[in-house]
Design a protein around this ligand. Structure first.
Ligand code: IVH
Length: 669
């Protein structure tokens, strides 16, 4: 094939793949098999790889996301992103209708749409191609998340047809469907990561991930509901949405035109029930005047349009009886009260338990055992108690009294000043805390022990084989393979991985110990500054707080960790097992104090080193790598493709901009 033919083939493949993406993700109607799709995609990938001059950011191959990470650039919205005023009753809706009818004698229609509960996004298209995707931000400016948005399969990168305006914006909601939300949370539970409370948080968290390839793995979806631009095709909002649907956007199939407010109310009543059957979360209905001329006549207030209003569904409530309160001890020793309820049906599921969070909440609700309580399912998956019926309370009912001792180990609980939670202070003797420490120790970012997980730790602990992290290194193959669902293969894998962990660098070992407030970053700083565990354990409060970024809270926690005889013995044992408790030779050799006290921000892409390497170099030379620019930043280390707003800010704040070579010269590389 000559270049011309290659170009044509690439274009054909892109068009075809775009069409199949639309069939699959928007219309839910694929016409080819996944296999056939992958074959076409592979062919396109190969052609693009071999002919880089045909690169196009809107090619379907870009959907998988690149591994390049970059901070988001803040961009001003061309049209401010307003919010909607909320209503909660039929009466308030009728008031809204009255207000509009006072302004006009003309007949007009409403459009009713579901109010999707995700995170809003504004997309700019130019000549039919996606140009930019910006989050709502503060309404005036938001984050440029284009790279992440490109990975969302139901968003068209290149529009269909030819009757779209040259330039326009379209707004909608990015959502994580329930099924995907459940899958993600199950995965996070297994990886011991904090769970997302609701799909909205999950969607916005995903959209803000720094790595588009990661975003691509979580199957976000998007519905669009608002077009903006100087030349829209139709005079009606509904008609414009239909056009947008033809251009390839996912428009809710449940949007309806209503002739009057009565029909609007019927729509709302229908969806208050039916919404539970939808694959995505909704929290209300948005009512809009259809006519665009009437919309602009009515105008907007500073915050929201006068031509639209949101009706919020009521969180569903149910009344039931509080049977008892039990207490769970987490891995960090935090004690969480949980209400045990007479099972009751709420929003499609049976509720037996509700979180009570902490002692203050119990006190504020004035809960008594046997109370009739009201439970509510808001946007959160775990229901909560919103009130108790004091009037129907038995005169002899006992108030719920927060426990004084740990239900797991009997140690008296403590509550630190200014904190809501109660803690069990027996960190090395309380079973869930011991197990928690071990789980942290073996986790990927710490010692990265393959094959060991929460369940195995549980088994090893209950069989009495391990009581602390040093015991792990005494395990024998037969001891592990005897356990439930373990065999020779898995025990060998665990032992091999434990063996390999002897070469895990000191900073990660320090992090793995699980000293309170010593996370990954602090561990790195301490390791780079003090070089060995012996030096860290001897460091005084003054010496610790003299280190940049180590405040009193961290310093005190480090001191108290090393004042504990048990911890010192544990470290001695780990040393005997061959674990690294000193910076290795290469880190020592490259370590310096040349950047002591300097805050450096990295932006753009570099030629000689990756951003992670550069970060490491900053830290190893005593500097601090910061992620946002301020007057306290000392240098902007700039590569190519640096965001213009960052450059702007640096210039305004008079922050010196240095190149990769200048930086390397500074540290004498
Ligand atoms: S219209 C100027 N329509 O609700 C009006 N918003 O409270 C722009 N939302 O930020 C919004 N579904 O994130 C509109 N069908 C819908 C919506 C919707 C969800 C969200 C959106 C907006 C917020 C306003």
């Amino acid at each position: 094939m000559d270049k011309n033919e290659i170009g044509l083939r690439i274009e054909n493949l892109r068009n075809e793949l775009n069409r199949h993406n639309h069939n699959y993700y928007v219309l839910n109607h694929p016409v080819i098999s996944d296999f056939e799709f992958d074959q076409l995609l592979k062919e396109l990938e190969k052609l693009e790889r071999e002919n880089p001059e045909f690169f196009d950011p809107n090619s379907p191959t870009q959907r998988v996301g690149s591994d390049l990470t970059k901070e988001f650039e803040q961009v001003k919205h061309q049209y401010a992103m307003l919010s909607l005023s909320n209503t909660y009753s039929e009466g308030e809706l009728r008031d809204f209708d009255q207000r509009i009818r006072k302004q006009t004698d003309q007949a007009f229609e409403y459009v009713c749409e579901l109010k999707y509960d995700g995170t809003s996004i504004s997309l700019r298209y130019k000549n039919g191609r996606l140009e930019r995707a910006i989050t709502r931000g503060d309404g005036v400016q938001g984050d440029d998340v284009t790279a992440n948005v490109r990975t969302i399969r139901s968003i068209p990168l290149v529009l269909h047809g030819n009757d779209y305006p040259d330039e326009f914006e379209i707004r909608g909601e990015i959502l994580l469907p329930w099924a995907e939300f459940d899958r993600l949370n199950t995965e996070r539970e297994q990886a011991e990561e904090p769970l997302f409370a609701n799909p909205r948080n999950a969607a916005s968290g995903t959209l803000k991930l720094q790595n588009p390839a990661e975003v691509a793995k979580r199957k976000l979806d998007a519905y669009f509901y608002y077009l903006l631009g100087p030349k829209l095709p139709c005079d009606g909002h509904f008609e414009n949405l239909q056009k947008a649907q033809n251009w390839g956007f996912k428009i809710s199939p449940d949007t309806e035109k209503c002739a009057n407010i009565g029909e609007v109310i019927t729509f709302i009543k229908k969806w208050d029930e039916k919404r539970h059957e939808l694959p995505v979360a909704t929290d209300g209905v948005v009512v809009k005047v259809n006519s665009l001329p009437l919309q602009s006549f009515l105008g907007t207030t500073a915050k929201s349009p006068r031509w639209a209003v949101a009706y919020k569904f009521k969180a569903e409530q149910a009344a039931t009886t509080l049977l008892s309160v039990s207490y769970q001890v987490g891995r960090t020793g935090a004690v969480t009260p949980v209400a045990n309820l007479e099972p009751v049906l709420l929003a499609g599921t049976t509720v037996k338990r509700a979180s009570l969070h902490n002692a203050d909440i119990i006190k504020n609700l004035d809960l008594h055992v046997g109370d009739t309580v009201f439970v509510e399912k808001g946007g959160e998956i775990i229901p909560k108690i919103v009130g108790a019926d004091a009037a129907s309370r038995h005169p002899m009912a006992l108030p719920v009294d927060f426990i004084k001792v740990c239900p797991e180990c009997g140690t008296a609980l403590i509550r630190k000043e200014g904190e809501a939670a109660h803690y069990c202070p027996n960190e090395d003797g309380c079973p869930p805390q011991i197990k928690g420490k071990m789980e942290h120790f073996i986790s990927r970012k710490a010692m990265n022990i393959d094959g060991l997980g929460e369940e195995t730790i549980d088994l090893l602990f209950s069989e009495g084989l391990v009581r602390n992290v040093a015991d792990l290194y005494d395990l024998k193959k037969e001891q592990i393979s005897r356990l439930e669902r373990m065999g020779d293969k898995s025990s060998e894998r665990i032992l091999r991985s434990l063996d390999e962990s002897r070469s895990v660098p000191f900073e990660r070992v320090l992090f793995a110990l699980g000293i309170r407030y010593v996370g990954e970053t602090v561990a790195k700083i301490l390791a780079n500054r003090l070089i060995s565990i012996d030096a860290i354990s001897r460091a005084t409060l003054e010496e610790l707080t003299a280190i940049d970024e180590i405040g009193e809270r961290i310093a005190e926690s480090v001191r108290s960790y090393f004042q504990n005889e048990y911890h010192l013995k544990l470290i001695e044992r780990l040393k005997e097992k061959g674990i690294q408790f000193k910076l290795d030779e290469t880190s020592l050799a490259t370590r310096s104090e040349k950047l002591n006290g300097l805050s450096i921000i990295i932006s753009g892409t570099f030629e000689k080193y990756s951003r992670d390497d550069l970060k490491k170099m900053i830290e190893q030379n005593g500097g601090k790598n910061v992620s946002s620019i301020s007057k306290n930043t000392n240098y902007l280390l700039a590569g190519s493709n640096i965001g213009p707003s960052k450059l702007d800010k640096a210039t305004k704040l008079n922050i010196p901009i240095i190149s990769e070579d200048e930086f390397l010269a500074m540290i004498g590389d």
